[in-house]
Design a protein around this ligand. Structure first.
Ligand code: MG
Length: 168
C-alpha cells in the first residue's frame, strides 16, 4: 500500500535573521521571518509527512502562537512527524522537494540539504531529492519578498492504516 502527502510553506524575508533551509544554515543574514527558525523546507516536509500519514498538519502539533516553539529548530518538527510514521509502521519511500526562490542562489547548498534531510529521517540520501527554481521574476517570489517550499512524500505501509484512524 502506498500513501502520498504534500506540503507547502511560504515565509517572507527578514533581513536580520540567518537563512536556514533544509536544516542547513545558508547565510548569516537575509533569512526568513517566522515564529520558529522559519525553515520553510523543513516545514513543507513536515506537512507532507503528516499528510501522508493522515495525521493533520504542522500547526496542529506546533502552533505558531505557542511560546514553546519560538525560535525552535524545525528539525524537531520533522522528527515528530517521523515518530508518527514509525508508529504506523510505515516506511518513507522517497521525498521530493522544490524550493522556489528568486534569491539567493541555492544550487551550491542542495547536496547539503539533501544529506541533512536524509539524516533527520534515517534515510539514504538517494531517497531525498531537493530542487531549486525561480519564478523568472514573477510574483512575490520573483520580487524577492519571500521563499516558497513544496514537498511530496510517498510512504509504503502494509495495512495503509493511519495512526489517527477513528480519532478525527
Ligand atoms: Mg512555516
Amino acid at each position: 500500500m502506498i500513501r502520498v502527502g504534500q506540503g507547502i510553506d511560504v515565509h517572507a524575508f527578514e533581513e536580520s535573521r540567518p537563512l536556514i533551509l533544509g536544516g542547513v544554515r545558508i547565510a548569516d543574514s537575509g533569512g526568513l521571518a517566522g515564529h520558529s527558525d522559519a525553515d520553510a523546507v523543513l516545514h513543507a516536509i513536515t506537512d507532507a509527512l503528516l499528510g501522508a500519514a493522515g495525521a493533520g498538519d504542522i500547526g496542529h502539533y506546533f502552533p505558531s502562537d505557542d511560546p514553546k516553539w519560538k525560535g525552535a529548530d524545525s528539525s524537531r518538527f520533522v522528527r515528530e512527524a517521523k515518530r508518527i510514521i514509525d508508529e504506523m509502521d510505515a516506511d518513507i519511500a522517497n521525498i521530493d522537494v522544490t524550493i522556489i526562490a528568486q534569491k539567493p542562489k541555492l544550487a551550491a547548498h542542495v547536496a547539503a540539504m539533501r544529506a541533512r534531510i536524509a539524516a533527520l529521517l534515517d534515510l539514504s540520501p538517494g531517497r531525498v531529492n531537493v530542487k531549486a527554481t525561480t519564478t523568472d521574476h514573477l510574483g512575490f517570489v520573483g520580487r524577492g519578498e519571500g521563499i516558497c517550499a513544496m514537498a511530496i512524500v510517498a510512504l509504503t505501509t502494509d495495512t495503509g492504516a493511519s495512526p489517527v484512524e477513528g480519532a478525527l
